[in-house]
Design a protein around this ligand. Structure first.
Ligand code: FES
Length: 155
């Protein structure tokens, strides 16, 4: 799919405070930066990220969602990253069922010292989403304001 050159994918990355958040910080502070359109959301463990958070993030307009947790076997809460992976896989299946690209959601695992790998994953995610194009679930701003006004009128 060919996209307009001004399309900059908006990606939300749920990052575990114990590993991926530090890796993102390391990447940002070194020469291996990642696209500024990737917004980091710190979570205590990826096990706290529920399927509904992933779907809601897409509904709210993100073009892609990345969940970044500790390396397998290194989760500070034992199995949080394993549960997160199951949820990511589940949401990918749901997206496919409704005709959306499952690639819009992905799980990655990094340690706190893997800033380069975090940046590589973030860049790869951004390129993947850029090739897919804007999230079709996103509500256009003009429509959103009309919808918001309508909802305010009901209160
Ligand atoms: Fe990092 Fe669970 S503490 S993924």
């Amino acid at each position: 799919m060919t996209q307009s050159p001004e399309f900059e994918p908006q990606i939300v990355a749920f990052c575990c405070l114990h590993c991926a958040y530090a890796a993102a910080d390391l990447a940002g502070g070194s020469r291996c930066g990642y696209p500024s359109s990737i917004k980091i959301v710190a979570v205590p463990c990826t096990g706290r990220v529920d399927s509904v958070h992933l779907v809601k993030t897409l509904e709210d307009g993100a073009d892609g969602v990345m969940v970044a947790g500790c390396l397998p076997g290194r989760c500070h809460f034992q199995t949080g990253n394993l549960h997160a992976k199951q949820r990511v896989d589940h949401v990918r299946e749901l997206l496919e069922e409704i005709g959306l690209e499952p690639e819009r959601v992905r799980m990655v695992n990094v340690s706190a010292g893997m800033g380069v790998q975090f940046a590589e994953n973030a860049k790869d995610m951004s390129e993947t989403i850029a090739a897919l194009g804007p999230n079709p679930l996103r509500v256009p701003k003009s429509q959103a304001s009309t919808t918001d006004a309508a909802l305010e009128g009901t209160n």
